[in-house]
Design a protein around this ligand. Structure first.
Ligand code: PLP
Length: 396
């Protein structure tokens, strides 16, 4: 028999699996074109041509043993240098290749960071609402995930609660910017305030408190908004990044960790990350993807595609009387449930063939997440269903 712990995990993840199966079953029943699946954060824009070409070039031009072989656990030096150069060019930072560790996506990066910094019982504070997978990533390394409440009028952190939740056991605060699931960007003012609070807490507790900046949506921003780059504000920062969303390659599993050169004990931290990459069984990030990235560091996705979707869905739903937080980045819309129990709202939406994820998965009950990384045509087709749903709640 498999472990009791894993049996619990399986039971806990059944909601998402059930939603997936339900969507498939619904498509069989009513036709795929009549199912409006807004449940998944799977990118929708095409992979940049340059990236596909770089993969072909790498296969054709590189020696196959070098291309497909083992390497330093931190990744190919030329890829790490390309990442460092790109960050320095964009953010005026001073990374060297030794500060960059290539990883198996952001998920791999976060696990590597937590393996490196956590002792059993250490606490990691997440700002609700947050990506639910953090729970597993922290628990994997015997950490304890704690949550700080948002200010629900802005979905920026509630600093009074945040301050209360930082304890002697806090080893890290994880920031996701722009935020999955709200699409909010934590402003420079928020980041400065958070950095000052963490500096003060580090002093009073006499130990490091790390900031872990999880940034898979960094390039997905609208209306000229800016996402602060956290190493500028706080020395003890790890940046975890993924190319999953910016290049539409989530299945390729490629990302990196950038360690702030100003971090006290920076060299030891970099060594720890490399060893953790090996010990966790990743060994190294996928080699072909690393090679292809070298010439594609400036490639980005078609942000205008998501922006068009954002405008259509946000404007329509607010006109219909739903209360939504206006997304500034990422590709999610966070909608207030018109009834207290969001589960009931999710069920009613399903009756109109609309699939949404309850806010409880993000530790924020009373809301639902809509992922608008779908085709524009699907959003258009779904609008009458949203109108019927609004009517059912007496919103219009
Ligand atoms: C906030 C956040 N962090 C991390 C990840 C994991 O990214 P990846 O699949 O690239 O590892 C995701 C994926 O959706 C995410 O939304």
């Amino acid at each position: 028999m498999i472990s009791k712990k894993m049996q619990q995990e399986i039971a806990g993840s059944s909601a998402i699996r059930a939603m997936f199966l339900e969507g498939k079953e619904m498509a069989k029943r009513v036709g795929a074109e009549n199912v409006y699946d807004f449940s998944l954060g799977n990118p929708m824009t095409p992979v940049p041509k340059e990236y596909n070409q770089a993969i072909i070039d790498a296969v054709q031009k590189e020696s196959s043993l070098e291309l497909h072989g083992y390497m330093d656990n931190a990744g190919y030096p030329e890829t790490r240098q390309a990442v460092a150069d790109n960050l320095n060019k964009r953010f005026g930072t001073r990374f060297e290749k030794k500060h960059i560790v290539m990883t198996v996506g952001a998920a791999g990066a976060l696990n590597v960071v937590f393996k490196t910094i956590l002792d059993p019982g250490d606490e990691v504070l997440a700002l609700a609402p947050y990506f639910g997978e953090y729970r597993g990533y922290v628990a994997n390394h015997q950490g304890i995930l704690k949550e700080a409440e948002p200010d629900r009028s802005t979905f920026q952190p509630d600093f009074a609660d945040l301050e209360r939740k930082i304890t002697e056991k806090t080893k890290a605060v994880i920031i996701n910017n722009p935020v999955n699931p709200t699409g909010v960007i934590y402003s420079e003012e928020t980041i400065k305030r958070l950095a000052a609070l963490l500096e003060q807490k580090q002093k009073s507790y006499g130990h490091d408190i790390f900031m872990v900046s999880d940034e898979p949506y960094r390039e997905l921003v609208y209306d000229g908004n800016k996402v602060p780059f956290l190493t500028k504000y706080y020395d003890n920062t790890f940046v975890t990044y993924s190319f999953s969303k910016s290049l539409s390659i989530p299945g390729e599993r490629i990302g990196y960790i950038a360690v702030n050169p100003g971090m006290p004990g920076c060299d030891l931290a970099c060594s720890g990350l490399s060893v953790a990459n090996r010990m966790l069984g990743f060994v190294n990030a996928p080699s072909l993807m690393q090679k292809a990235l070298i010439s594609c560091m400036d490639c980005t996705t078609d942000v205008a595609y998501y922006d068009r979707n954002r405008k259509l869905i946000y404007e329509t739903l607010t006109k219909l009387g739903f209360t939504c937080i206006k997304p500034q980045g990422a590709f999610y819309l966070f909608i207030k449930s018109p009834e207290e129990e969001e589960k009931k709202f999710v069920e009613k939406a399903k009756k109109h063939h609309i699939l949404l994820v309850g806010g409880t998965s993000f530790s924020c009950p009373g809301y639902v997440r809509l992922a608008y990384c779908v085709s524009y045509e699907m959003i258009q087709r779904s609008l009458p269903a949203f109108e019927e749903l609004a009517q059912e709640y007496g919103l219009v």
